[in-house]
Ligand binder design. Structure first.
Ligand SMILES: [Zn+2]
Length: 204
């Protein structure tokens, strides 16, 4: 566990991303399950880094390109909500965390890729991994939000739990697979909508 402490934060986060899928990006988007997102949490010194990956379906309720004014308004609103990291993932106030940066990105398959190569991959995947597919017929592409937060915490060791306002803010979201890399080791959890809290006692 001691080695983990010396690995730079960026390397930890990219290692998480790389292990999530050996396939290319489109396959990765195609493989997501609506309602299920991922959260990577890493703590190093006074920096708490949180990375969220969530299907567009969970965040805005659709994954097609925003075409109408209504879609665009939904996207803007969602982005503004996603930017308030401390309201979505709230550590104990005793830890004294302040958000220092946030980056929101929306990644989507392009229409032409979805029609051509993407479609074949999609069909192949559907055969192999039926469980990973639960979206309505006629939807040939996915989109996914990637958000990177950085917080500075006066006393990160005082983080004993995280409260997930996320599920209230985004009612379509059901579950987050959470991985935590902290001074005392690495652990993973599932946090669900009906119990939107993550116990981290003894982890930080
Ligand atoms: Zn999708």
């Amino acid at each position: 566990m001691k080695m983990l402490r010396t690995i730079p934060l960026a390397a930890l986060l990219s290692a998480c991303a790389a292990s999530a899928s050996q396939a290319d990006e489109h396959r990765q988007l195609g493989a997501h399950v609506h309602g299920h997102g991922k959260l990577n949490i890493a703590v190093e010194k006074n920096v708490l880094a949180i990375e969220l990956e969530a299907p567009g379906a969970d965040i805005v309720g659709f994954e097609h390109e925003a075409a109408t004014a209504e879609d665009k308004t939904k996207l803007e609103k969602a982005k503004a909500t996603l930017e308030k990291g401390l309201e979505l993932f709230t550590p104990d106030s005793a830890a004294g965390c302040k958000q220092t940066s946030v980056k929101v990105a929306l990644e989507a398959e392009h229409e032409d890729e979805a029609e051509g190569k993407g479609k074949e991959e999609h069909a192949a995947k559907a055969k192999d991994q039926k469980d990973d597919h639960d979206h309505e017929e006629g939807e040939h592409h996915h989109s996914e939000f990637h958000v990177e937060y950085a917080f500075e915490c006066a006393a990160p060791d005082k983080i004993t739990n995280l409260t997930f306002g996320y599920f209230k803010a985004f009612p379509n979201a059901q579950e987050l697979d959470v991985s935590v890399i902290a001074p005392k080791g690495q652990s993973s959890y599932e946090v669900k909508k009906d119990k939107p809290k993550l116990e981290l006692k003894g982890v930080m």
